[in-house]
Design a protein around this ligand. Structure first.
Ligand code: PMP
Length: 368
């Protein structure tokens, strides 16, 4: 049998594994930070209408610049992040924020260039860097998983990366980064090179803190990336977007594939944006459930990382993988991200969270 390594693949891909959160058939899925609420029926109807309309024109390529969608995304950002002067020219959209990140690394990273992230953080930043031949630098984090602004700024000054990733709220830890720290790291990155600073706000709608979008003003090398996969409950849609100076939006056009965003995707995303208020109502429920998970896990004696996301990191386990397995044996799938001694659970519906808490209670009994 032929193995990958028998093929003439690029050297940096040899011996590596693809991104792979297990997709297992179990009753309760709390492992990939999805929104547990299916789309409401009126929205499903609206998607059907919009997609039917789009289907009539599928003989043609879609709007290459996704102008209507970007206009509506800009309106959403203006509405929810303090009436910023953001327009279609500031917004770019792609198939998931993973593709947004890939386009940014294709444009601002690449061979001979480097990107830094403060780990543990979202592993795809590192993997997409590899896929675009961008060197990866693992930046530091404190013991409590917050970012130490001094240490992080020092790493930027010393290593002079071309791209800086700041994930807030961070995945898998749930920790948020404050505006002062982002400004500090942006200034350090501009002094060192200058470089592009990407603030990954995939989970920001779940945060106790407001979005950092206002920092875009006067910072042309700052990008905020967002997604409809989490707060909008539309992970299956594959729609991510960014907000930045219009020059950044122009720059990513150099690498985007023509017609990358299908007419069906654009129609579906537009329908979802018409139902923003309903969808953000689910976000409020999930924030309450996230806070309940934190409280109940702490009451059981776990060490729980402060969370601003729709998931919670908890531990400390002598053998996190064994704990993961024991929880799974009770029909609840959580995530072992490889952070030593810790697991991550996504906030689900109240009954899913109850099932998780019951499974964990059993775990504490077995361990005591
Ligand atoms: N950024 C972060 C921090 C994430 O956790 C994720 C998804 N897990 C993404 C980006 C990518 O999300 P998507 O491609 O679905 O928009």
């Amino acid at each position: 049998m032929t193995h990958i390594d028998d093929l003439p693949v690029r050297d940096e891909l040899r011996g590596k594994s693809p991104y792979g959160a297990p997709q297992l058939d179990v009753p309760v899925h709390l492992n990939t930070n999805e929104n547990p609420y299916p789309l409401p029926e009126p929205l499903v109807e609206r998607i059907t209408e919009r997609v039917r309309e789009a289907a009539r024109g599928l003989n043609r390529y879609p709007d290459r610049d996704a102008v209507e969608l970007r206009t509506e995304l800009a309106a959403y950002l203006r509405r929810t992040a303090g009436d910023l002067p953001l327009t279609v020219a500031n917004v770019w959209a792609a198939n998931g924020s993973n593709e947004v990140i890939q386009q940014l690394l294709q444009t601002f990273g690449g061979p001979g260039r480097t990107a830094i992230g403060f780990e543990p953080s979202y592993s795809m930043h590192n993997l997409i860097a590899r896929g675009t031949s961008t060197g990866w630098i693992s930046g530091p984090r404190n013991e409590d998983f917050t970012i130490d602004a001094d240490a992080a700024a020092r790493a930027i000054t010393e290593r002079r990366p071309d791209v800086v990733f700041i994930t807030t709220p961070n995945n898998p830890t749930g920790t948020a980064v404050d505006a002062a720290t982002v400004v500090r790291l942006y200034d350090a990155a501009q002094a060192a090179r200058p470089s592009l600073v990407v603030v990954d706000e995939a989970y920001v709608e779940f945060s106790h803190h407001p979005s950092l979008l206002p920092l875009l003003a006067g910072r042309p090398n700052l990008v905020v990336s967002r997604t409809m996969s989490k707060a909008f409950g539309a992970a299956g849609l594959r729609l991510g977007y960014l907000a930045a100076d219009p020059a950044v939006v122009d720059a990513v056009q150099l690498v985007r594939l023509p017609y990358h965003l299908s007419a069906v995707t654009q129609a579906t995303a537009l329908a979802a944006l018409e139902h923003t208020d309903t969808l953000l109502g689910y976000v409020e429920r999930l924030k309450t459930e996230r806070d309940r998970l934190v409280t109940e896990l702490r009451a059981m004696g776990f060490e729980v990382t402060e969370s601003d996301a729709n998931f919670v990191q908890f531990g400390v386990f002598e053998d996190a993988h064994r704990a993961w397995r024991t929880i799974l044996d009770q029909g609840v799938l959580v995530r072992d991200n490889g952070v030593p001694g810790r697991l991550r659970v996504t906030a689900g519906t109240p009954s899913e969270n109850d099932a998780f808490l019951d499974a964990v209670r059993k775990l504490t009994k077995e361990q005591s």
